[in-house]
Design a protein around this ligand. Structure first.
Ligand code: NAP
Ligand code: 8YV
Length: 322
C-alpha cells in the first residue's frame, strides 16, 4: 500500500479490490453512512477513482467534491456512466477497458442472434415442460437469406461482422462516417440501413449522442419479419416504441442484453414470448471480466507511476503527453 488515496465507488471484482488495496490507500464510498460528510473530509485527498457502469453517474457535481482528482478508471468499454467532457474540463483523465472484451461480446452477440431467430430458449422450455411428448416444437424463422445491419462498426461491431462472414449472410453497417478500409456496404442513414436489413444489431456507445437512436420510425422500417438485437445500451433504443412494435407485430422479435433502467426490465417485455432477454452478460465470462479488471488496475498504477494511463477515452487523451 502507498499513500496515494483512491476512491472506490462500489464493490469491484475481488481480484480488483485486492490489487487496488495493495497498491493504494483505498476508501469505500458505498460503506459510508453519510457520503456528503465523508466526501467533505476525505474528498480533498482523493487523487484517483475506480468505478463501473452500475455505480451511479460520475458527473460534474460529483467531480466538484474531489478537487485533487487526477483520474477516473471505469470498468467497461462503454463509459456513458462518466461525464468525460466535464472531467476533461477539470483536467481529470478518464480511462475505460477497450479491446480486451471484443471477442467475448461478439461471441455472445452471435449466440443471442441465433437464440432469437431459432427460438432456442423457447424450444428448451418446451422440452423441459414435457410438451415434446404431446407434439413437435413449432417451426421457427430462419437466419438463411437474412441481411444483417450493424449499427456501430467499431471494435466489437467488427468482431461480430467477422463472425457473420462465416454464416454466409449479407452484412452492411451504419455509423456517422464511412470507413474506407471496410468492404461492407455503408449506409449514411440508419433508416437507409434498416430498409436494407432484416436484422439490426446495435453495438454503439450509449449516452446523449445515441439516445433513442432506434425509434418507432426505425422499427417500422425494419418491418414485420425484422429482428432487433441490442447489445449496446438500453438508452440506444426507445424501449416504449420497441414494446409497442413487438406487441403490434411491427417487428417479428428481439434479442436484448441491455435495458433502459437495469436491472429493472419492464413487465411488458417479460410478458412477450417472442423475445430472448439476457441480463447484460456480453462480457460476462470469468476470463474477460478478469482482463477488464486488470486493465482498470493497470490504468491507475501506470498513471501514478508514469503520468500517463494505458487506455484513456478520446475526450481526455490531450491531457497527458504521448
Ligand atoms: P467503439 O470501438 O468505439 O465503436 C463504436 C462504434 O459506434 C463506432 O464504429 C462509431 O462509428 C459508432 N458510433 C458512435 N456514435 C454513433 C452514432 N451517434 N451513430 C451511429 N454510430 C455511432 O466501441 P466498442 O468497443 O465497439 O463498444 C461499443 C459499445 O458497446 C460500448 O460503448 C458499450 O456501450 C457497448 N458494450 C456492451 C457490452 C455488453 O455487455 N452488452 C459489452 C461491451 C460494450 P462512427 O464514429 O463512424 O459513428
Ligand atoms: C461491462 C459493458 O460488463 O464494457 C461495457 O461497456 O457493458 C460490459 O462489458 C459493464 O459495463 C460492467 O458492469
Amino acid at each position: 500500500m502507498n499513500s496515494t488515496e483512491i476512491l472506490i465507488t462500489a464493490p469491484l471484482l475481488p481480484s480488483v479490490m485486492d490489487a487496488l488495496e495493495s497498491a493504494f490507500t483505498t476508501h469505500r464510498l458505498w460503506e459510508q453512512p453519510d457520503r456528503h460528510a465523508f466526501l467533505d473530509s476525505v474528498g480533498p485527498h482523493i487523487r484517483g477513482a475506480a468505478t463501473s457502469t452500475y455505480h451511479g453517474r460520475i458527473d460534474d457535481a460529483f467531480l466538484a467534491q474531489l478537487p485533487a482528482l487526477e483520474i477516473v478508471a471505469s470498468f467497461g468499454v462503454g463509459y456513458d456512466n462518466v461525464d468525460a467532457a466535464a472531467a476533461a474540463a477539470r483536467g481529470v483523465v478518464v480511462t475505460n477497458t477497450p479491446g480486451v472484451l471484443d471477442e467475448e461480446v461478439a461471441d455472445l452477440t452471435i449466440g443471442l442472434l441465433l437464440a432469437t431467430v431459432r427460438q432456442i430458449p423457447q424450444a428448451e422450455r418446451f422440452l423441459r415442460e414435457g410438451q415434446w411428448l404431446k407434439g413437435a416444437f413449432p417451426l421457427s424463422p430462419t437466419l438463411r437469406g437474412r441481411r444483417i445491419g450493424i449499427v456501430g462498426l467499431g471494435n466489437i461491431g467488427k468482431a461480430v461482422a467477422r463472425r457473420l462472414e462465416g454464416f454466409d449472410v449479407a452484412v452492411a453497417y451504419h455509423g456517422r462516417s464511412k470507413q474506407e478500409d471496410v468492404l461492407f456496404d455503408y449506409h449514411p442513414t440508419l433508416v437507409g440501413l434498416t430498409e436494407a436489413s432484416d436484422v439490426l444489431i446495435a453495438i454503439v456507445p450509449g449516452g446523449a449522442g445515441t439516445r433513442n437512436l432506434i425509434d418507432a420510425e426505425v422499427l417500422a422500417a425494419l418491418g414485420p419479419q425484422g429482428i432487433l438485437i441490442n447489445v449496446a445500451r438500453g438508452s440506444v433504443v426507445d424501449e416504449a416504441a420497441l414494446i409497442a412494435a413487438l406487441q403490434s407485430g411491427t417487428i417479428l422479435s428481439a434479442g436484448l442484453d441491455v435495458y433502459a433502467d437495469e436491472p429493472r426490465v419492464p413487465q411488458a417485455l417479460l410478458d412477450l414470448p417472442n423475445l430472448v432477454l439476457l441480463p447484460h452478460i456480453g462480457s460476462g465470462s470469468v476470463q474477460t471480466r478478469a482482463a477488464m479488471g486488470q486493465l482498470l488496475v493497470d490504468n491507475l498504477v501506470q498513471w501514478f507511476a508514469e503520468g500517463r494511463p494505458v487506455t484513456s477515452v478520446p475526450e481526455t487523451a490531450h491531457l497527458f503527453a504521448g
